[in-house]
Design a protein around this ligand. Sequence first.
Ligand code: 5AD
Ligand code: SF4
Length: 422
Amino acid sequence: MKYYIKTFGCQMNERDSEKVEGILFKNNHQRVDNPEEADLIIVNSCAVREKAENKLYSEIGRLRFKNKRAKIVAMGCVAQINYERLKNIADIVVGTNTIDMFYSIAREWPHDKVFIKPNMEDPDHIFPHLTSVSAYVDIMYGCDNFCTYCIVPFTRGREVSRKKEAIIDEIKRLVDKGTKEVMLLGQNVNSYGKNFDYGFVDLLYEVNKIDGLERIRFTTSHPKDFSKELIYAMRDLEKVCEHIHLPIQSGSNKILKLMKRKYTKEEYLEKVYLYKEIVKDGSITTDIIVGFPQETEKDFEETLKILEEVRYDTSFSFKYSKRPFTKAKDMDGQVPEEEKLRRLNILQDLQAKITQEKLKNYEGKVTEVLIEGISKKGNQFFGRNRQNIVVNLDFMDNIKVGDVVRVEITKALKHSLLGKPI
Ligand code: 5AD
Ligand code: SF4
């Protein structure tokens, strides 16, 4: 069978799609890049904002039009919450906690149409991977935080951690097949192991011992649980990269409270300062929502101030989007769409300036790059440095994909760096 797969959304979704591909690959099915050639079309959906959700419906319509013969599977976050609508336009609907269904789909077309479970029931199952230098590894599923804007607790269910042994086993298998870097994934990795007698820092210590593994990354850290202990572990464990993604969402304490984020701006900044002091050359990125209900111009300016104060390497910013099931959708003081857009543009302009200044600082300096692949044009290698910044470099005979090389940065581009190996 030939399959085509399209993925929307975050790294968890990317990993879920990879699980599906791994299963299909093991059953001798082939991936095609042109949907018209496919017998099976899979669309992995994102529900975090309304726009992302709508993309799924239009994508299914577009693909059906292009290829009337193929069977279509709708999977992911929208599938989990809106299967009633999807079962009319897709042939099968697979939720976020039933990826194992693909073991059957790979062999025989199932009789039932909808496969949904509210929570992840077998978190320790090790799904296949495709071969890669840098690999995603789930360490937990779901989220129990219920931030008032966020649909994730409804699309991914209750928080459950995978046992240390399953994670270590999975990483060792990856390393045997050439993986050099792992990105440990969870909605809130700092609350890893809530029901175990070990936590996230213990897990990092264990993963750090794996021979042949070069780098460890993790995402996402919730600021309320981002601990001193983790900051010191980042300093002490040589494989853990010097980068944190610490979503602040807003710089106004009033808005943070309405969002139910459970930290204040001051508490957040205190952690950032400690991180900057302890972790040498540490980079920091964040997520921001503008136009949350009741956000005034003054609240928004407080967010801008945080940007200036922290000087994030990058930030991912979004206009607030009303989501089903969430508390914020019914709050008073919804901000008009044009105003959200105005604030978003101001914020993104400021961030672009800061990003550019930070990238410029690298010019003339040497940075350590893990080579992940060959650029689309085919004339350069690309990889990332420990701070998670993309670096492109010219070919050299003695360098290959998977190597860690020292690179002198020659030029800062808009979102990445250019350099030559030394
Ligand atoms: N509207 C806009 N952005 C959102 N995010 C989550 N929910 C919403 C929403 N309803 C953003 C947050 C989160 C990121 C993954 O998506 O910033 O950190
Ligand atoms: Fe959503 Fe908050 Fe959970 Fe992140 S921590 S997934 S923003 S509810």
